[in-house]
Design a binder for this molecule. Structure first.
Ligand code: NDP
Length: 477
């Protein structure tokens, strides 16, 4: 049975709106599922009220050990059901099984990782002899959290937001993307089976309107968002104008990759190919490649060959190395960038759709885009990269930083001093030396500039669900 209702207070319940979502496969645009219920504003209120009641009720009495036990049980359940859940991403957004099956274990491990934090939440104390004061700093859970996710790694976003929220004693209303809500909706049953009290985790479905209702809700204490910079700015504005709820934003990217002549070229080429993972739909992908002019010809030829050898096809075909983009809207969007790019840069390879039906696009490389080209400035979120050459390290850094985004970056060089020197100067949330971006749940992940606000993962990701409270005691009495 496929759950299509909202998940509130540990039960699947009908939405009060009559609206539903239908999901179509990007492989052949056939119907995957219909009748997925869309939350009304009233349903959003109900979910938030459930989360508030849980936050103030039984959940607040749970010990760290109890929270951790339920989180570990939930992780075990997710692990046991991963093989049923992952295919929803393949059906809904065309994710290759290999990618979907990587994301689920990652999700499971993230719940296990944060489960280990429940009894290690920090506190501080300070004595101040000059004033006779003794200060205690305690960190309280921020409260009811709204979590809004993108579609390109739905379960990962669920984990990065819900796991630290639960570890710290918060409660959550999660909204998945309208492009891939089915897998996340099925997870509700596992939340209940893991033994969380009703209202601790709630899942609502719908489009941006539902997200906006959560971001502007007066009884939500924090909103954590993964999505485009465009929508992220709206979320921040709504949060600010409503009740100044706390905000974490994980937004878009247009990350640079710098390839120096002393780099291990085979490694640089192989890691640069990760940009086609998930059909190029990754916020972290290094889509602006800058290569030193001395090795440019060899590097570009190597990339061209690899792009042309990529087998594009049905996600369920075992020979496929790259599937379709997520849906018709995403296909049209990426193709419009490619069409514009043909006027703004030299097309090295690709540039067309693949096949007559479905949302398949050739891996595409553009060389030397004009400085103001859309393909060079805007996030495409498809299998498209630009390559430019540079002469000096200073020029490479300037080119890398010349963007409004600041999510990730890659540096390929044999010189560790050079890599560290450059890392210091890049305005980004992450630097990957001789590697493509590899997200790990133990370290902070976030963006500089318009790529986001705050971090997820690691201790910093946990602290984002806590608020400091200073208690000062007059010790002179
Ligand atoms: P969107 O910004 O379109 O949507 C993200 C989520 O926000 C969806 O659930 C969406 O609902 C919802 N939403 C849309 N408008 C609003 C609004 N006004 N208020 C509140 N919520 C809203 O992004 P995509 O889903 O298309 O995802 C791709 C984007 O996400 C890319 O820019 C990518 O770089 C970024 N991303 C960032 C990551 C990071 O960690 N930095 C990781 C992965 C992706 P719905 O879609 O249902 O309409």
């Amino acid at each position: 049975m496929v759950h299509k209702q909202l998940f509130i207070n540990n039960e699947y319940v009908d939405a009060t709106s009559n609206e539903t979502l239908s999901i179509y496969s990007p492989h052949d645009e056939s119907l995957v599922e219909e009748g997925i219920q869309i939350a009304s504003l009233r349903d959003v209120d109900t979910a938030v009220a459930a989360a508030r009641a849980a936050f103030q009720g039984e959940w607040s009495q749970w010990s760290p050990r109890q929270r951790s036990t339920a989180m570990l049980k939930f992780a075990d359940l997710l692990e046991a059901h991963a093989k049923e859940l992952a295919p929803w991403e393949t059906k809904s957004v065309g994710q290759l099984p290999a990618v979907a099956e990587f994301i689920y274990p990652w999700t499971v491990e993230t719940f296990r990782y944060f489960a280990g934090w429940t009894d290690k939440l920090p506190g501080e104390s300070w004595t101040d002899d000059s004033t006779g004061l003794y200060h205690l700093v305690q960190y309280d859970p921020v409260g009811v959290c709204a979590a809004i996710g993108a579609w390109n790694a739905s379960a990962m976003f669920f984990a990065l937001k819900v796991a630290p929220a639960l570890a710290t004693g918060c409660t959550v209303v999660f909204k998945a993307s309208e492009k891939s809500p089915i897998g996340i909706l099925q997870i509700g049953a596992l939340v209940k089976e893991a033994g969380f009290p009703p209202g601790v985790v709630n899942i609502v479905t719908g489009d941006g309107k539902v997200g906006a209702a959560l971001a502007s809700h007066m009884d939500v204490d924090k909103v954590t968002f993964t999505g485009s910079t465009f929508a992220g700015l709206k979320v921040q504005e709504l949060a600010l104008k409503s009740n100044m709820k706390r905000v974490t934003l994980e937004l878009g990217g247009k990350s640079p990759s710098l390839v120096f002549p002393d780099a291990d070229l085979k490694n640089a080429l192989e890691k640069s190919m990760w940009v086609l993972t998930n059909s190029g739909q990754g916020c972290i992908h290094a889509t602006r490649i800058f290569v030193h002019e001395d090795i440019a010809d060899t590097f570009i030829a190597g990339m061209k060959e690899r792009f042309e050898q990529k087998t594009v096809g049905a996600p369920t075909d075992s020979k496929t190395e790259m599937g379709p983009v997520a849906d018709r809207a995403q296909f049209e969007r990426v193709m419009s960038f490619i069409d514009a790019g043909k006027q703004e840069a030299q097309l090295v390879t690709g540039g067309n759709r693949v096949g007559e039906k479905g949302c398949y696009i050739q891996p595409t490389i553009f060389l030397n885009p004009k400085d103001d080209a859309r393909i060079y400035r805007e996030e495409i979120f498809g299998p498209v990269v630009t390559i430019r050459t540079f002469k000096t390290e200073e020029e490479a850094i300037k080119l890398a930083n010349d963007t409004s985004f600041g999510l990730s970056s890659c540096i390929y060089t044999a010189s560790v001093p050079r890599a560290l020197r450059i890392a210091k100067q890049l305005k980004v949330g992450g630097v990957h030396i001789n590697n493509a971006h590899q997200t790990h749940n133990r370290v902070p992940f976030g963006g500089a500039k318009k790529s986001g606000l705050g971090s997820e993962g690691g201790r910093l990701g946990l602290m984002a669900y806590l608020e400091a409270k200073t208690i000062s005691i007059n010790m002179t009495l």
